[in-house]
Ligand binder design. Structure first.
Ligand code: ATP
Length: 426
Protein backbone atom coordinates (compact mmCIF):
# COMPACT_ATOMS: atom_id res chain seq x y z
CA UNK A 1 0.00 0.00 0.00
CA UNK A 2 1.54 3.31 -1.05
CA UNK A 3 1.82 6.16 1.45
CA UNK A 4 1.17 9.70 0.24
CA UNK A 5 2.02 12.86 2.16
CA UNK A 6 -0.48 15.58 1.24
CA UNK A 7 0.56 19.18 1.95
CA UNK A 8 -1.76 22.18 1.68
CA UNK A 9 -2.39 25.22 3.89
CA UNK A 10 -6.07 25.10 2.94
CA UNK A 11 -7.39 22.75 5.62
CA UNK A 12 -10.74 22.05 3.96
CA UNK A 13 -9.00 21.10 0.72
CA UNK A 14 -6.64 18.90 2.70
CA UNK A 15 -9.67 17.01 4.08
CA UNK A 16 -11.36 16.66 0.71
CA UNK A 17 -8.24 15.50 -1.11
CA UNK A 18 -7.27 13.01 1.58
CA UNK A 19 -10.77 11.45 1.40
CA UNK A 20 -10.39 11.10 -2.37
CA UNK A 21 -6.96 9.52 -2.08
CA UNK A 22 -7.99 7.15 0.72
CA UNK A 23 -10.93 5.99 -1.37
CA UNK A 24 -8.37 4.84 -3.95
CA UNK A 25 -6.59 2.71 -1.34
CA UNK A 26 -3.65 5.02 -0.55
CA UNK A 27 -2.47 5.59 3.01
CA UNK A 28 -2.56 9.37 3.47
CA UNK A 29 -0.63 11.59 5.89
CA UNK A 30 -1.36 15.31 5.92
CA UNK A 31 0.50 18.51 6.78
CA UNK A 32 -0.81 22.08 6.58
CA UNK A 33 2.62 23.64 5.94
CA UNK A 34 5.91 22.75 4.28
CA UNK A 35 7.66 22.87 7.67
CA UNK A 36 5.05 20.43 9.04
CA UNK A 37 5.61 18.17 6.01
CA UNK A 38 9.35 17.97 6.69
CA UNK A 39 8.66 17.08 10.33
CA UNK A 40 6.22 14.42 9.21
CA UNK A 41 8.73 12.91 6.75
CA UNK A 42 11.35 12.70 9.47
CA UNK A 43 8.95 10.52 11.45
CA UNK A 44 7.46 8.49 8.62
CA UNK A 45 8.80 8.05 5.12
CA UNK A 46 6.26 8.50 2.31
CA UNK A 47 6.26 7.02 -1.20
CA UNK A 48 5.13 10.28 -2.76
CA UNK A 49 4.52 13.92 -1.74
CA UNK A 50 1.62 15.87 -3.19
CA UNK A 51 2.00 19.53 -2.29
CA UNK A 52 0.37 22.88 -2.96
CA UNK A 53 2.69 25.46 -4.57
CA UNK A 54 1.76 28.68 -2.78
CA UNK A 55 1.70 28.34 0.99
CA UNK A 56 2.42 30.74 3.80
CA UNK A 57 5.99 30.25 5.00
CA UNK A 58 8.01 27.87 2.83
CA UNK A 59 6.39 27.32 -0.60
CA UNK A 60 6.00 24.05 -2.51
CA UNK A 61 9.16 24.48 -4.58
CA UNK A 62 11.32 25.22 -1.53
CA UNK A 63 9.77 22.15 0.10
CA UNK A 64 10.68 20.10 -2.98
CA UNK A 65 14.31 21.28 -2.78
CA UNK A 66 14.53 20.29 0.89
CA UNK A 67 13.01 16.90 0.08
CA UNK A 68 15.44 16.37 -2.77
CA UNK A 69 18.44 17.04 -0.58
CA UNK A 70 17.26 14.75 2.21
CA UNK A 71 15.15 12.04 0.60
CA UNK A 72 16.64 11.66 -2.84
CA UNK A 73 14.30 9.95 -5.28
CA UNK A 74 11.10 10.68 -3.35
CA UNK A 75 8.68 11.92 -6.07
CA UNK A 76 6.96 15.26 -5.53
CA UNK A 77 3.86 16.44 -7.41
CA UNK A 78 3.02 20.14 -7.13
CA UNK A 79 -0.54 21.51 -7.33
CA UNK A 80 -1.52 25.11 -7.76
CA UNK A 81 -4.58 27.26 -8.22
CA UNK A 82 -2.43 29.98 -9.76
CA UNK A 83 -0.95 27.74 -12.42
CA UNK A 84 1.20 29.74 -14.77
CA UNK A 85 3.39 28.30 -17.49
CA UNK A 86 6.64 29.74 -16.01
CA UNK A 87 5.76 28.14 -12.64
CA UNK A 88 5.21 24.79 -14.31
CA UNK A 89 8.42 25.03 -16.32
CA UNK A 90 10.46 26.01 -13.28
CA UNK A 91 8.94 23.18 -11.28
CA UNK A 92 9.51 20.40 -13.78
CA UNK A 93 13.01 21.65 -14.70
CA UNK A 94 14.08 21.48 -11.10
CA UNK A 95 12.99 17.84 -10.95
CA UNK A 96 9.44 18.04 -9.60
CA UNK A 97 7.69 14.97 -10.98
CA UNK A 98 4.62 16.79 -12.26
CA UNK A 99 2.66 20.00 -11.98
CA UNK A 100 -1.16 19.86 -11.68
CA UNK A 101 -3.54 22.81 -11.92
CA UNK A 102 -6.46 23.24 -9.53
CA UNK A 103 -9.29 22.35 -9.71
CA UNK A 104 -7.59 18.99 -9.91
CA UNK A 105 -9.00 16.54 -12.41
CA UNK A 106 -9.51 13.26 -10.52
CA UNK A 107 -8.43 10.94 -13.35
CA UNK A 108 -5.35 13.02 -14.16
CA UNK A 109 -4.41 13.07 -10.47
CA UNK A 110 -4.62 9.29 -10.04
CA UNK A 111 -2.85 8.62 -13.35
CA UNK A 112 0.00 10.98 -12.38
CA UNK A 113 0.33 9.44 -8.93
CA UNK A 114 0.39 5.90 -10.33
CA UNK A 115 2.95 6.88 -12.96
CA UNK A 116 5.26 8.40 -10.32
CA UNK A 117 4.86 5.39 -8.02
CA UNK A 118 5.46 2.88 -10.81
CA UNK A 119 8.82 4.51 -11.56
CA UNK A 120 9.98 4.47 -7.96
CA UNK A 121 8.31 1.29 -6.69
CA UNK A 122 10.93 -1.29 -5.67
CA UNK A 123 11.54 -3.85 -8.35
CA UNK A 124 11.93 -7.56 -7.69
CA UNK A 125 10.99 -7.03 -4.06
CA UNK A 126 9.82 -10.59 -3.67
CA UNK A 127 13.12 -11.97 -5.06
CA UNK A 128 15.17 -10.72 -2.13
CA UNK A 129 14.97 -14.03 -0.32
CA UNK A 130 16.31 -16.09 -3.19
CA UNK A 131 19.88 -15.16 -2.21
CA UNK A 132 19.61 -17.12 1.01
CA UNK A 133 19.08 -20.86 0.84
CA UNK A 134 17.74 -22.47 3.97
CA UNK A 135 15.31 -25.00 5.35
CA UNK A 136 16.34 -24.46 8.95
CA UNK A 137 13.48 -23.19 11.19
CA UNK A 138 15.72 -20.70 13.04
CA UNK A 139 16.95 -19.24 9.74
CA UNK A 140 13.39 -19.14 8.37
CA UNK A 141 12.37 -17.16 11.43
CA UNK A 142 15.33 -14.83 10.85
CA UNK A 143 14.18 -14.25 7.27
CA UNK A 144 10.72 -13.22 8.49
CA UNK A 145 12.42 -10.85 10.95
CA UNK A 146 14.75 -9.58 8.19
CA UNK A 147 11.80 -8.80 5.94
CA UNK A 148 10.16 -6.60 8.54
CA UNK A 149 13.48 -4.95 9.49
CA UNK A 150 14.14 -4.20 5.81
CA UNK A 151 10.97 -2.13 5.64
CA UNK A 152 11.80 -0.11 8.76
CA UNK A 153 14.69 1.93 7.31
CA UNK A 154 16.67 1.78 10.55
CA UNK A 155 20.35 0.87 11.11
CA UNK A 156 20.93 -2.87 11.29
CA UNK A 157 23.82 -4.75 12.86
CA UNK A 158 24.37 -8.26 11.51
CA UNK A 159 26.45 -10.52 13.69
CA UNK A 160 27.62 -14.05 13.07
CA UNK A 161 30.80 -16.05 12.62
CA UNK A 162 33.02 -15.67 9.55
CA UNK A 163 31.54 -17.07 6.38
CA UNK A 164 28.06 -17.51 7.89
CA UNK A 165 26.36 -15.27 5.32
CA UNK A 166 26.45 -11.72 6.74
CA UNK A 167 27.26 -10.38 3.27
CA UNK A 168 24.36 -12.18 1.57
CA UNK A 169 22.01 -11.17 4.38
CA UNK A 170 23.01 -7.54 3.77
CA UNK A 171 22.24 -7.90 0.06
CA UNK A 172 18.90 -9.50 0.90
CA UNK A 173 17.99 -6.70 3.35
CA UNK A 174 18.87 -4.06 0.78
CA UNK A 175 16.90 -5.93 -1.88
CA UNK A 176 13.84 -6.14 0.37
CA UNK A 177 14.02 -2.46 1.33
CA UNK A 178 12.47 0.56 -0.34
CA UNK A 179 16.02 1.52 -1.40
CA UNK A 180 16.49 -1.59 -3.56
CA UNK A 181 16.69 0.40 -6.78
CA UNK A 182 19.53 2.51 -5.31
CA UNK A 183 23.10 1.24 -4.95
CA UNK A 184 24.38 -0.82 -2.04
CA UNK A 185 27.73 0.79 -1.19
CA UNK A 186 30.08 -1.44 0.78
CA UNK A 187 33.40 -1.11 2.55
CA UNK A 188 35.41 -3.53 4.66
CA UNK A 189 36.50 -1.63 7.77
CA UNK A 190 39.12 -4.22 8.67
CA UNK A 191 40.85 -4.36 5.29
CA UNK A 192 42.18 -0.81 5.07
CA UNK A 193 44.62 1.23 7.15
CA UNK A 194 42.72 3.84 9.18
CA UNK A 195 43.76 6.86 7.07
CA UNK A 196 42.67 5.19 3.79
CA UNK A 197 39.41 4.15 5.43
CA UNK A 198 38.85 7.68 6.75
CA UNK A 199 39.36 9.05 3.24
CA UNK A 200 37.04 6.52 1.64
CA UNK A 201 34.26 6.99 4.18
CA UNK A 202 34.30 10.73 4.65
CA UNK A 203 36.36 12.13 1.74
CA UNK A 204 39.10 14.76 2.03
CA UNK A 205 36.60 17.58 2.50
CA UNK A 206 34.00 15.56 4.39
CA UNK A 207 31.83 15.87 1.28
CA UNK A 208 33.06 13.33 -1.25
CA UNK A 209 33.24 10.11 0.73
CA UNK A 210 31.01 7.05 0.71
CA UNK A 211 28.66 8.61 3.26
CA UNK A 212 27.90 11.39 0.83
CA UNK A 213 27.62 9.03 -2.16
CA UNK A 214 25.28 6.71 -0.27
CA UNK A 215 22.65 9.40 0.41
CA UNK A 216 19.25 7.89 -0.33
CA UNK A 217 20.88 4.47 -0.61
CA UNK A 218 22.43 1.84 1.68
CA UNK A 219 25.95 1.74 3.10
CA UNK A 220 27.36 -1.60 4.27
CA UNK A 221 30.13 -1.28 6.86
CA UNK A 222 31.62 -4.77 6.86
CA UNK A 223 33.69 -5.83 9.88
CA UNK A 224 32.80 -2.73 11.87
CA UNK A 225 34.81 -4.11 14.82
CA UNK A 226 37.95 -3.22 12.83
CA UNK A 227 37.39 0.55 13.20
CA UNK A 228 40.06 2.49 15.06
CA UNK A 229 39.11 4.54 18.12
CA UNK A 230 39.24 7.84 16.23
CA UNK A 231 37.15 6.50 13.33
CA UNK A 232 34.59 5.15 15.78
CA UNK A 233 34.26 8.69 17.17
CA UNK A 234 33.99 10.19 13.70
CA UNK A 235 31.41 7.63 12.56
CA UNK A 236 29.33 8.29 15.66
CA UNK A 237 29.38 12.01 14.97
CA UNK A 238 28.30 11.48 11.36
CA UNK A 239 25.53 9.08 12.38
CA UNK A 240 24.28 11.60 14.92
CA UNK A 241 24.13 14.25 12.21
CA UNK A 242 22.47 11.95 9.66
CA UNK A 243 20.42 9.99 12.10
CA UNK A 244 17.73 12.47 13.11
CA UNK A 245 14.43 10.94 12.04
CA UNK A 246 14.56 9.10 8.74
CA UNK A 247 18.22 8.51 7.93
CA UNK A 248 19.50 9.71 4.58
CA UNK A 249 21.99 6.87 4.53
CA UNK A 250 20.80 3.48 5.65
CA UNK A 251 23.68 1.87 7.49
CA UNK A 252 23.98 -1.88 7.70
CA UNK A 253 27.04 -3.02 9.60
CA UNK A 254 28.41 -6.45 10.30
CA UNK A 255 30.84 -8.07 12.67
CA UNK A 256 32.18 -11.56 13.22
CA UNK A 257 33.68 -10.34 16.50
CA UNK A 258 31.59 -10.34 19.63
CA UNK A 259 30.95 -6.59 19.81
CA UNK A 260 29.30 -6.85 23.21
CA UNK A 261 32.54 -8.30 24.60
CA UNK A 262 34.54 -5.68 22.66
CA UNK A 263 32.37 -3.00 24.29
CA UNK A 264 32.88 -4.44 27.76
CA UNK A 265 36.63 -4.53 27.18
CA UNK A 266 36.56 -0.87 26.06
CA UNK A 267 37.57 -1.67 22.45
CA UNK A 268 34.26 -0.58 20.94
CA UNK A 269 32.28 2.53 21.90
CA UNK A 270 29.04 1.80 23.66
CA UNK A 271 27.23 4.82 22.17
CA UNK A 272 28.25 3.74 18.64
CA UNK A 273 27.16 0.17 19.29
CA UNK A 274 23.66 1.27 20.27
CA UNK A 275 23.37 3.57 17.30
CA UNK A 276 24.32 0.79 14.85
CA UNK A 277 22.37 -1.92 16.65
CA UNK A 278 18.86 -0.45 16.35
CA UNK A 279 17.84 -3.73 14.72
CA UNK A 280 19.89 -6.87 15.06
CA UNK A 281 20.22 -10.07 13.08
CA UNK A 282 22.48 -12.77 14.49
CA UNK A 283 23.26 -15.61 12.11
CA UNK A 284 23.85 -19.07 13.57
CA UNK A 285 26.99 -21.01 12.60
CA UNK A 286 26.51 -23.56 9.81
CA UNK A 287 27.04 -26.43 12.28
CA UNK A 288 23.80 -25.36 14.03
CA UNK A 289 21.79 -25.76 10.81
CA UNK A 290 23.04 -29.01 9.35
CA UNK A 291 19.81 -29.49 7.34
CA UNK A 292 21.05 -26.61 5.14
CA UNK A 293 24.31 -28.36 4.26
CA UNK A 294 23.05 -30.67 1.44
CA UNK A 295 21.12 -27.74 -0.03
CA UNK A 296 24.15 -25.44 0.03
CA UNK A 297 26.52 -28.17 -1.20
CA UNK A 298 24.32 -28.78 -4.26
CA UNK A 299 24.10 -25.05 -4.87
CA UNK A 300 27.90 -24.72 -4.63
CA UNK A 301 28.33 -27.57 -7.11
CA UNK A 302 25.80 -26.02 -9.54
CA UNK A 303 27.62 -22.70 -9.35
CA UNK A 304 30.95 -24.42 -9.98
CA UNK A 305 29.48 -26.30 -12.95
CA UNK A 306 28.13 -23.12 -14.49
CA UNK A 307 31.61 -21.58 -14.29
CA UNK A 308 33.49 -24.70 -15.46
CA UNK A 309 31.80 -26.36 -18.41
CA UNK A 310 34.18 -29.36 -18.21
CA UNK A 311 33.19 -30.36 -14.65
CA UNK A 312 32.42 -34.12 -14.59
CA UNK A 313 30.57 -34.15 -11.25
CA UNK A 314 26.78 -33.87 -11.43
CA UNK A 315 25.92 -34.56 -7.80
CA UNK A 316 26.82 -36.25 -4.50
CA UNK A 317 26.21 -39.76 -3.23
CA UNK A 318 23.89 -39.88 -0.17
CA UNK A 319 26.84 -41.02 1.97
CA UNK A 320 28.94 -38.09 0.76
CA UNK A 321 26.15 -35.66 1.69
CA UNK A 322 25.78 -37.29 5.11
CA UNK A 323 29.51 -36.80 5.76
CA UNK A 324 29.32 -33.16 4.71
CA UNK A 325 26.28 -32.62 6.95
CA UNK A 326 28.06 -34.12 9.96
CA UNK A 327 31.26 -32.04 9.62
CA UNK A 328 32.07 -29.11 11.95
CA UNK A 329 32.54 -26.24 9.43
CA UNK A 330 34.47 -23.69 11.50
CA UNK A 331 34.65 -21.53 8.34
CA UNK A 332 30.86 -21.94 7.82
CA UNK A 333 29.22 -21.58 4.39
CA UNK A 334 32.34 -20.09 2.81
CA UNK A 335 34.38 -23.14 3.84
CA UNK A 336 31.68 -25.50 2.58
CA UNK A 337 31.72 -23.72 -0.80
CA UNK A 338 35.48 -23.98 -0.97
CA UNK A 339 35.49 -27.73 -0.11
CA UNK A 340 32.81 -28.40 -2.75
CA UNK A 341 34.87 -26.51 -5.34
CA UNK A 342 37.89 -28.60 -4.45
CA UNK A 343 35.84 -31.82 -4.75
CA UNK A 344 34.32 -30.73 -8.07
CA UNK A 345 37.71 -29.88 -9.53
CA UNK A 346 39.19 -33.26 -8.55
CA UNK A 347 36.23 -35.48 -9.37
CA UNK A 348 36.36 -37.42 -12.65
CA UNK A 349 33.00 -39.19 -12.33
CA UNK A 350 29.37 -37.97 -12.28
CA UNK A 351 28.98 -38.64 -8.55
CA UNK A 352 31.14 -37.24 -5.74
CA UNK A 353 31.52 -40.16 -3.34
CA UNK A 354 32.06 -40.51 0.40
CA UNK A 355 35.75 -41.40 0.09
CA UNK A 356 36.54 -38.13 -1.68
CA UNK A 357 34.62 -36.13 0.90
CA UNK A 358 36.38 -37.92 3.74
CA UNK A 359 39.74 -37.16 2.21
CA UNK A 360 38.88 -33.48 1.57
CA UNK A 361 37.55 -33.03 5.11
CA UNK A 362 40.68 -34.47 6.65
CA UNK A 363 42.72 -32.10 4.48
CA UNK A 364 44.27 -35.12 2.83
CA UNK A 365 43.66 -34.66 -0.90
CA UNK A 366 46.70 -36.78 -1.73
CA UNK A 367 49.00 -34.36 0.14
CA UNK A 368 48.57 -31.81 -2.65
CA UNK A 369 47.12 -28.49 -1.45
CA UNK A 370 44.31 -26.99 -3.50
CA UNK A 371 45.27 -24.26 -5.97
CA UNK A 372 43.76 -21.62 -3.67
CA UNK A 373 45.63 -22.92 -0.63
CA UNK A 374 48.92 -23.05 -2.57
CA UNK A 375 48.43 -19.53 -3.91
CA UNK A 376 47.59 -18.14 -0.46
CA UNK A 377 50.73 -19.75 0.97
CA UNK A 378 52.87 -18.29 -1.81
CA UNK A 379 51.36 -14.80 -1.43
CA UNK A 380 52.04 -14.78 2.29
CA UNK A 381 55.67 -15.85 1.88
CA UNK A 382 56.15 -13.28 -0.86
CA UNK A 383 54.73 -10.40 1.23
CA UNK A 384 56.88 -11.36 4.20
CA UNK A 385 60.00 -11.38 1.98
CA UNK A 386 59.17 -7.92 0.62
CA UNK A 387 58.60 -6.45 4.08
CA UNK A 388 61.81 -8.00 5.39
CA UNK A 389 63.72 -6.52 2.43
CA UNK A 390 62.22 -3.04 2.90
CA UNK A 391 62.25 -3.24 6.72
CA UNK A 392 58.52 -2.66 6.92
CA UNK A 393 58.40 0.27 4.45
CA UNK A 394 55.02 -0.30 2.85
CA UNK A 395 55.37 2.31 0.09
CA UNK A 396 58.64 0.75 -1.06
CA UNK A 397 57.31 -2.80 -0.76
CA UNK A 398 54.17 -1.87 -2.73
CA UNK A 399 56.38 -0.28 -5.44
CA UNK A 400 58.53 -3.40 -5.67
CA UNK A 401 55.39 -5.53 -6.01
CA UNK A 402 53.96 -3.20 -8.65
CA UNK A 403 50.85 -2.52 -6.53
CA UNK A 404 49.43 0.68 -5.10
CA UNK A 405 49.51 1.15 -1.33
CA UNK A 406 45.79 0.51 -0.86
CA UNK A 407 45.93 -2.82 -2.68
CA UNK A 408 49.07 -3.73 -0.84
CA UNK A 409 47.45 -3.02 2.54
CA UNK A 410 44.50 -5.17 1.50
CA UNK A 411 46.89 -8.05 0.79
CA UNK A 412 48.64 -7.59 4.14
CA UNK A 413 45.29 -7.56 5.92
CA UNK A 414 44.07 -10.64 4.10
CA UNK A 415 47.10 -12.55 5.40
CA UNK A 416 47.09 -10.95 8.86
CA UNK A 417 50.54 -9.39 8.35
CA UNK A 418 51.52 -6.25 10.33
CA UNK A 419 54.07 -4.10 8.47
CA UNK A 420 55.13 -2.51 11.78
CA UNK A 421 56.56 -5.85 12.93
CA UNK A 422 59.23 -5.62 10.22
CA UNK A 423 60.55 -2.19 11.17
CA UNK A 424 64.05 -2.25 12.62
CA UNK A 425 63.99 -1.60 16.35
CA UNK A 426 67.05 0.65 16.57
N1 ATP B 1 22.23 -19.10 3.23
C1 ATP B 1 23.03 -18.99 2.17
N2 ATP B 1 22.59 -19.36 0.97
C2 ATP B 1 23.39 -19.31 -0.12
N3 ATP B 1 24.67 -18.90 -0.08
C3 ATP B 1 25.16 -18.52 1.09
C4 ATP B 1 24.38 -18.53 2.27
N4 ATP B 1 25.12 -18.08 3.28
C5 ATP B 1 26.32 -17.81 2.78
N5 ATP B 1 26.36 -18.06 1.46
C6 ATP B 1 27.53 -17.94 0.56
O1 ATP B 1 28.67 -18.23 1.37
C7 ATP B 1 29.74 -17.35 1.10
C8 ATP B 1 30.12 -16.59 2.35
O2 ATP B 1 29.05 -15.75 2.72
P1 ATP B 1 29.26 -14.24 3.19
O3 ATP B 1 30.39 -13.60 2.46
O4 ATP B 1 27.94 -13.58 3.13
O5 ATP B 1 29.68 -14.50 4.70
P2 ATP B 1 30.16 -13.45 5.81
O6 ATP B 1 29.52 -13.87 7.08
O7 ATP B 1 29.88 -12.06 5.32
O8 ATP B 1 31.72 -13.71 5.85
P3 ATP B 1 32.89 -12.79 6.50
O9 ATP B 1 32.58 -12.65 7.97
O10 ATP B 1 34.11 -13.60 6.27
O11 ATP B 1 32.87 -11.50 5.74
C9 ATP B 1 29.27 -16.47 -0.04
O12 ATP B 1 29.70 -17.05 -1.25
C10 ATP B 1 27.77 -16.53 0.07
O13 ATP B 1 27.18 -16.33 -1.20
Amino acid sequence: MSRILLVDDDVSLLKLMSMRLRSQGYVVDTADSAEGALDRLRQQRADLVLSDLRMTGMDGLALFERIQSQWLGLPVIIMTAHGTIPDAIQATRSGVFSFLTKPIDKDELFATIEHALSLTRPKQRQDWQSLILTRNPQMEQLLIQANSIAGMDVPVLIMGPSGSGKGVMTQALHQASSRCDKPLHAINCAALPWNALDLQLFGEDGQSGLFEQAKGATLFLDEIGGLSESLQAKLLQVLQEYGQGIPEVRVISSSHQDLVAAMEEGRFREDLFYRLNVANITLPPLSARSEDIPLLARQALDEYRSRHGDCAALGFSPEALALLAAAGWPGNVRQLYSVVEQLASLCCSPVIGAAMVESALSGGSGGIPSFNEARAEFEKEYLIRLLRTTEGNVTLAANMAGRNRTDFYKLLNRHGIEAANFKSKG
